[in-house]
Design a protein around this ligand. Structure first.
Ligand code: ADE
Length: 243
């Protein structure tokens, strides 16, 4: 049984040096409405509040030299301890380009669990020992570098929250979207039927639902084959295994 069915609220705690970045865009749209209604909960933990010296130091130069600064294990550990004190069942996730690439399967798993504690690093990174000691899972949004984990945390939270029961209206729209069937999404059209001389594909206005489904599947396969050979190979393998 998922955690939501048991009635506990899906909760995210974000450890950050920039708590003012939250809820940010998560306070708007469907996620924001659900947050306001208590459908999920968001808490920030200001990492700097756990620095103990008078300058509130949170980082130091890397051993071995090199550019940038590394976030201190001791400060991070105290912040993690504080976050987990009231949420010890939540998985601890460090957002970093060194992490395993995020997938819709992982997002679904997180949305079905009790929530998550997100660790947003800045500078060159976080002292490896605290990540090891706390068993943090490292997650990346893709092969590019953001200036910190916060925008990645916002994206991950958004991806999870929209899957919570009652946040997005239709279960059908969730089931049909990109990745849910191992394919990218087919193209969509709305009125007018002709725009700047471009016509909507005729089949979509035919009213023939079997033909529409077949056309959409063919389009989803075409776009996946062209843009994502990695997804396409997996899709073909699964399809062939199912025969
Ligand atoms: N922090 C910086 N870059 C990131 C990325 N690509 N994914 C997740 N966290 C990050």
């Amino acid at each position: 049984m998922s955690e939501q069915k048991r009635g506990s609220r899906w909760t995210v705690k974000v450890l950050t040096l920039f708590p003012q970045m939250f809820p940010g865009p998560l306070g708007l749209t469907l996620a924001g409405q659900a947050l306001e209604k208590g459908g999920w909960a968001l808490e920030t933990v200001d990492i700097r509040a756990f620095a103990r010296d008078k300058h509130r130091t949170v980082d130091d130069a890397p051993f071995g030299g090199g550019p940038g600064m590394v976030m201190l294990a001791e400060v991070m550990d105290r912040a993690i301890e504080a976050a987990l004190e009231t949420a010890c069942r939540l998985p601890l996730i460090h957002l970093t380009p060194r992490g395993r690439p995020l997938t819709q399967t992982r997002v679904r798993g997180l949305a079905q669990g009790p929530g998550m504690v997100l660790l947003c690093g800045r500078y060159e990174g976080v002292d490896e020992r605290v990540l090891e000691a706390r068993g943090a899972e490292e997650v990346s949004l893709g092969d590019f570098v953001l200036s910190g984990g916060e925008p990645a945390a916002i994206a991950l939270i958004d991806a999870c929250v929209r899957l919570l029961p009652g946040v997005v209206g239709s279960a059908r729209s969730l089931a049909e979207e990109s990745f849910e069937r191992g394919l990218l999404e087919y193209p969509q059209y709305t009125r007018p039927r002709v725009w700047q001389g471009r016509e909507v594909p005729e089949v979509l206005t035919s009213g023939h639902h079997d033909n529409i489904d077949a056309w959409r599947r063919a389009q989803a396969e075409k776009v996946t084959r062209e843009r994502r050979p990695d997804l396409w190979s997996r899709y073909v393998e699964t399809r062939e295994a199912g025969r």
